[in-house]
Design a protein around this ligand. Structure first.
Ligand code: NAD
Length: 468
């Protein structure tokens, strides 16, 4: 099938590269010339495992780049719209990019086309896209609008796309559903997974993945409801962590106890400094807004968002209680991305915390394996960005762990302690065991667990021996 993907951001670029790997010719359309120019000259704009390999395989062959939407639509059977849907000032999804693409598509329909929402959009968007295309004089039977929400996670986006838990196809006509089933046939019939050069399956992948066919409205709701549920799970466990802190229980033990219940499951039961990223915060606000518009007051979502904001405030209080006064303190920071494995800093709790600590007069020295270039654009020159966790720790009054990168969970603790001015670690991601940290000479604060302090002040002993 000839496909067009509109938007070459996190979702569009990954979707385009993966569709090409499934064997479809794909035209990737973007109106950002700088982005297209960079991609043409081999610059890969996002940090995603397997993406460089897929682009090397397909760019210029199965995957071509273009800024000409009309020409791409004319040649294609299905057009996937993967443009941004950012929040407006009042929390609704801003659908102006989607509308503009819908208008662009309408004049170029020369044969039956399926227009597919890949962007996360509120329920009723498919109706609106259809209306806009009809208003621009396309014949009613010359196209269908489908919803095919994307569930990929940044950091593991390629594997998530090719090995999904499920593919959701929201199609209101049998013809439209048939086209989308054909697009995903290499996955659902298993033929992609038998290819020698297929991207390797992650542990526990379901092969072949199930394809669920629904109405377009149900598919739109599935995406918003899924993200809201996952965010609710994170806020729930963060609220439980706060109770654990008050009573001296250990949230990791509590999570193990509740997560082993198969009705609950252990995934996303990770206490920390709250969710962020380009999806959960905006999708929750948009779901809240669309529910209100439809006559349902979804107050549960307000509480999920409130707990999430509160979680950062609690962490700030922890930093204050560990260090007493903040002005002039030098803080080493590990992690700026909104989660491990990505360079995306949109709505990153780490960035929000760094900004709050700067406002309180702290001097920040930070390291992130992938997000420093993007963080520099937001944080400016006041934050010192360094090349390793140990440099970030060097001479710091305390070390803060703000993103759950794998490499931060495996630090040389002896080396780290010797770098720090005071051996204090405040871990917003629970990467270490409190007893182990205390045994290594750290005063260690984490989330939902009692603070741990060393039995003997190793740092002082080292200083006395002239070793620190
Ligand atoms: P993004 O901002 O990274 O990319 C959007 C791209 O669309 C940009 O390259 C932009 O130049 C392009 N674009 C905008 N208007 C255009 C137009 N008229 N013509 C051609 N190109 C245009 O966004 P993203 O993170 O890829 O997200 C896209 C959508 O997918 C959003 O609705 C988002 O909620 C959803 N989504 C994102 C993720 C994720 O992890 N990022 C996961 C699932 C769903």
């Amino acid at each position: 099938m000839q496909l067009t993907v509109v938007g070459s951001g996190y979702v569009g670029l990954v979707a385009g590269a993966c569709f090409a790997d499934l064997g479809h010719p794909v035209i990737l359309v973007d109106n950002d010339q700088t982005k297209l120019g960079a991609l043409r000259s081999g610059v890969i704009p996002i940090h995603e495992k397997f993406l460089p390999e897929l682009l090397r395989r397909h760019l210029g062959h199965n995957l071509t780049l273009s800024d000409d939407l009309a020409a791409a639509v004319g040649k294609s059977d299905a057009i996937f719209v993967a443009v941004g849907t950012p929040p407006t000032g009042t929390g609704e999804a801003d659908l102006s990019y989607v509308e503009s693409v819908a208008r662009g598509i309408s004049g170029a329909i020369n044969d039956y086309k399926v227009i597919v929402e890949k962007s996360t959009v509120p329920v009723y968007t498919s109706d609106w896209v259809r209306k806009i295309i009809l208003r621009n004089a396309a014949a009613p039977d010359s196209f269908d609008v489908a919803s095919n929400p994307e569930f990929l996670r940044e950091g593991t986006a390629v594997a998530d796309f090719l090995y999904p838990d499920r593919i959701v196809v929201g199609a209101d006509t049998p013809r439209c559903a048939r086209v989308l089933r054909e697009v995903y046939a290499p996955m659902t019939d298993g033929s992609y997974y038998r290819k020698e050069d297929a991207i390797p399956a992650p542990n526990g992948a379901q092969i072949p993945p199930p394809l669920i066919t629904t109405s377009a409205k149900s598919a739109e709701l599935i995406k918003h409801a899924s993200n809201a549920f996952l965010a609710m799970k994170i806020s729930f466990v963060n609220a439980v962590a706060s109770v654990c802190e008050s009573v001296g229980a250990n949230v990791q033990e509590v999570c193990k106890g509740i997560g082993t219940d198969s009705r609950i499951g252990s995934r996303f039961l990770n206490p920390g400094i709250g969710y962020g990223g380009s999806c959960f915060p905006k999708d929750l606000m948009a779901f809240r807004a669309v529910a209100r518009e439809c006559g349902y007051d979804f107050q549960l979502l307000d509480e999920v968002m409130r707990i999430n904001d509160d979680q950062r405030q609690r962490f700030l209080r922890k930093v204050r209680s560990a260090l007493w006064t903040l002005p002039g303190k030098r803080l080493g920071v590990l992690g700026l991305a909104f989660k491990g494995g990505t360079d995306d800093i949109r709505e990153s709790p780490a960035i929000l915390l760094v900004q709050a600590l700067q406002q309180e007069g702290c001097r920040i020295v930070a390291h992130d394996p992938a997000a420093m270039a993007r963080a520099r654009e937001v944080l400016g020159s006041k934050v010192e960005l360094v090349d390793s966790p140990y440099e970030a720790a060097s001479g710091a009054d305390a070390l803060l762990i703000l993103t759950e990168w794998e490499e931060f969970a495996d630090l040389d603790l002896d080396r780290l302690r010797k770098q720090l001015k005071y051996p204090i670690v405040i871990d917003g991601r629970n990467l270490y065991d409190p007893d182990e940290m205390a045994a290594q000479g750290f005063t260690y604060y984490s989330v939902g667990r009692t603070a741990a302090t060393p039995a003997a002040p190793i740092k002082a002993a080292e200083a006395a021996a002239g070793r620190s």
